[in-house]
Design a protein around this ligand. Structure first.
Ligand SMILES: [Zn+2]
Length: 124
C-alpha cells in the first residue's frame, strides 16, 4: 500500500489488529472487530465482521428516515511502514480488499439488506 508519509509503496496492514466499520459514515461505539489474517482464523474474522454489520442493520432499521446503504468503510490504524513512518491515531487506512474482500462485503450487505428490508446502493 501507498504510505502517505514517505510516499512509497511500503505500507502494510498488520496481520492482527482492529477494524472499525463505518456505514454511511456512521460508526457505532462497538462497531469494530478484531482480525487475524491467519488462514485458520478466516472463518472467525468473517463471522465477526458479519455480526457487526448485522448489529448496525438492526440499529439502523429502527430509524424513521433511512438513507440507502451507500458507503461502507473498513478502517484500521494497525499498519506498518517498512520505512518506520509514524502515524497518529487519527490516520486510518482502508482494509477493504486486504482484510475483507469487497465482493464479500457486498454479498453480506445484500443478504442483510433483504433481511432488514433496507436498500443497498453501494457507491465506490
Ligand atoms: Zn512510510
Amino acid at each position: 500500500m501507498y504510505c502517505p508519509k514517505c510516499l512509497n509503496e511500503t505500507l502494510f496492514i498488520k496481520p492482527k489488529g482492529v477494524i472499525d466499520i463505518y456505514i454511511n459514515g456512521k460508526k457505532r461505539d462497538n462497531g469494530r472487530f478484531l482480525y487475524n489474517i491467519e488462514e485458520s482464523e478466516k472463518e472467525q474474522l468473517i463471522a465477526d465482521f458479519k455480526l457487526k454489520c448485522e448489529e448496525f442493520f438492526k440499529w439502523y432499521s429502527q430509524f424513521n428516515n433511512q438513507d440507502p446503504i451507500e458507503y461502507v468503510e473498513l478502517l484500521t490504524v494497525d499498519v506498518k511502514c517498512e520505512n518506520s513512518c509514524k502515524f497518529s491515531p487519527l490516520e486510518r487506512f482502508s482494509a477493504v480488499d486486504i482484510i475483507v474482500k469487497r465482493s464479500l462485503i457486498e454479498e453480506i450487505l445484500k443478504e442483510l439488506g433483504e433481511k432488514y428490508k433496507m436498500r443497498i446502493a453501494l457507491k465506490v
